[in-house]
Design a protein around this ligand. Structure first.
Ligand SMILES: Nc1ncnc2c1ncn2[C@@H]1O[C@H](COP(=O)(O)OP(=O)(O)OP(=O)(O)O)[C@@H](O)[C@H]1O
Ligand SMILES: [Mg+2]
Length: 253
């Protein structure tokens, strides 16, 4: 099965080959593969506990894989030194599962934080205020700039977290369950926002979700993570029409 031909001809910005990761005798990833192309929205679905977060943590270097290769924009991240890795990381935005805002910081401070960590990307003389406001306005939340996370609703927290990811102008965004825990209407708003961001900045996105609606609306292609492998690869249309019981189980609502 070949995903959208137009997209599959584009440059590969992120590639995982034969990834293995175990915790003791819990073999979570057993030879997982994936490719993300420039400008693509790739959705990965898998049951709870199937290793989606583990995979994404290996991808951003928060966890070390047992074996396999991970390349980001043609560089093997397992072979980079800390400095090179930091530069590359500034191009990858990561929206954590939950929102992971710093509870003791205001919205403004939450957004300033990644800017301070990645001064190299923008130089020392950046207009922090302008960048914070621009990032918040792309999620429609400039008015929340001086609020604390505890003063925000779940949907607002998710949008602030998204703007904190955007502020570094990443080329690739990794979303771990961007709509989980939100009501269907708020979830839809987040999906629309993700689409707007993709159009505006031309980012490539890896989206982990078990929200079938989200997958249907946003995916150019999909991977089903089953038994630690990329069990099925294709478009939403292809996979949702499959007769394989393991695949079918994902699309039953
Ligand atoms: N740091 C860790 N130490 C030991 N085991 C871990 C660790 N992190 C994850 N695991 C195990 O790896 C497996 C996959 O976990 P992971 O968080 O990737 O699941 P998931 O697919 O993201 O699930 P969910 O949909 O619930 O978020 C689970 O069995 C989990 O217990
Ligand atoms: Mg997870």
């Amino acid at each position: 099965m070949m995903p959208n031909a137009n997209i599959s001809n584009r440059e590969i910005v992120l590639e995982i080959k034969n990834l293995y990761k175990s915790f003791g005798d819990n073999n979570v990833l057993n030879g997982f593969n994936m490719k993300l192309h420039q400008g693509e929205n790739l959705v990965i679905m898998g049951k709870s506990g199937s290793g989606k977060s583990v995979m994404i943590k290996c991808l951003v270097g928060l966890m070390e894989a047992d074996s396999g290769s991970i390349s980001v924009m043609h560089q093997d991240i397992t072979k980079l030194d800390q400095k090179a890795l930091d530069i590359l990381r500034a191009d990858i935005g990561f929206l954590f599962q939950g929102s992971a805002l710093y509870d003791s910081m205001t919205v403004r401070e939450n957004l300033e934080f990644p800017l301070r960590r990645h001064t190299k990307k923008f130089g020392e003389h950046i207009d922090t205020e302008k960048m914070v406001i621009e990032a918040l306005s792309s999620v429609g939340l400039v008015s929340a700039i001086d609020l604390m996370p505890s003063e925000l609703s779940g949907g607002m927290k998710r949008r602030v977290a998204l703007s904190r990811t955007l502020i570094l102008q990443p080329k690739i965004i990794l979303y771990d369950e961007p709509t989980s825990g939100l009501d269907p209407i708020t979830a839809k708003e987040i999906i629309i926002l993700m689409q707007d961001i993709q159009k505006k900045y031309g980012t490539s996105s890896l989206i982990i979700t078990h929200d079938v609606d989200c997958a249907r609306v946003i995916s150019d292609s999909m991977i089903l993570l089953i038994d630690g492998t990329d069990y099925a690869v294709g478009t939403f249309k292809e996979l949702s029409a499959s007769e394989d019981p393991k695949i079918k189980a994902f699309f039953k609502q």
